[in-house]
Ligand binder design. Sequence first.
Ligand code: NAP
Ligand code: FE
Length: 369
Amino acid sequence: MEFKFLMPTKVLLGVGCVAGNKEEFSKLGQKALIVTGRNSAKASGALADVTTVLDEQAIVWELFDQIEENPTFAVVEAGGAAARRFKPDMIIAIGGGSPLDAAKAIAVLAVNFISASELYKGDFQAAPLPIAAIPLTAGTGSEVTPYSILTDSERQTKRSFSDVRIFPQIAFLDARYTHTQSRAVTVNTAVDALSHAIEGYLSKRSTAVSDCLALEAIRSFGRACNALVLGEFDISVREELLYTSLLGGVVIAQTGTTAVHALGYSLTYFYQVPHGRANGLLLGEYLRFNEPVVPQKVEAVLAALGLKTVDEMKVLMSRLLPSREVYSQEELHKFVAIASEAANIVNTPRQPGKEDLYNLLLQSLTCKA
Ligand code: NAP
Ligand code: FE
């Protein structure tokens, strides 16, 4: 047996974990740039909790609340410029995956005079500012990954840059902050977490340790599944989903994502399909495609969800994600061409050719005749 396992983020999960561990902020510095989206940090109560503990400890802070969904190079460069003006010694990221990922880029740009596209060269000199992450969705697990996914409009896709130095130093997971999510955001983000667990479990880079975590994440999703179908979320379901998401993040930090994410980026880029939904639409056929090379793993995924067949998995996904978008076959070819260039496609256990990717899309999506 041979593997590497790295998860350097300190994780604090529990109701009231921000106020209950306020000294953790002063360990990171005395001046904080808080990075958020436009509304959810305020609506969820997380921003008020954070600024209260910062004020109590005389930590100076400024707010950058301009992060939109699927953050662009332009918005992280604006955040980087704000950071270079304010000169914080830490970044506090509060939000779904979009603000968390943007904050990671801003933590680098705050101390390196480079453009956002240069983040992908992987050779920035100065160590990024330390990051405290507070997720408001239960989906991406970005609070425990070394990835930041930005929209690259030149390449017409979303791309991830990775560096161990952008793992958040600390993550505060309080399920109360996820209460204000709409049902759609709750379901979409939960399916993203499931997708991380399934892709990570099947990934060529999976290890004995990541497999344990992935199976537990899938079982955790299974425990919350009924509530997701019904759209009824109490605090224990919210906490379960935050746990699913956390484990999914730890898994992909080891294994990377695979063809599902590679293809899903195009649905988001060209059709504004929410990230988790994009993955979920493809998951059933992805299992079917990989079944011949990893049959036991596919069986274990289904069993962990209490399902017997891939068709049952497709029924579950269609209940959670009713069909909406209609694609043309020409567009599918464009998505295949873009996904074929994605770095994560090679992690797929059964290596897909272009025709395989096209068929996977065709079987998964509603297409014009
Ligand atoms: P998101 O894009 O951060 O947020 C989606 C929407 O939900 C926004 O309108 C947001 O509002 C709202 N929202 C978030 N939390 C809320 C809350 N508690 N209450 C009310 N509204 C809330 O969604 P996400 O799915 O978490 O993140 C997706 C992004 O993460 C994608 O760019 C994806 O590529 C990336 N991702 C990253 C990783 C990684 O490892 N780094 C892994 C998977 C995915 P506001 O705009 O007001 O905040
Ligand atoms: Fe994802």
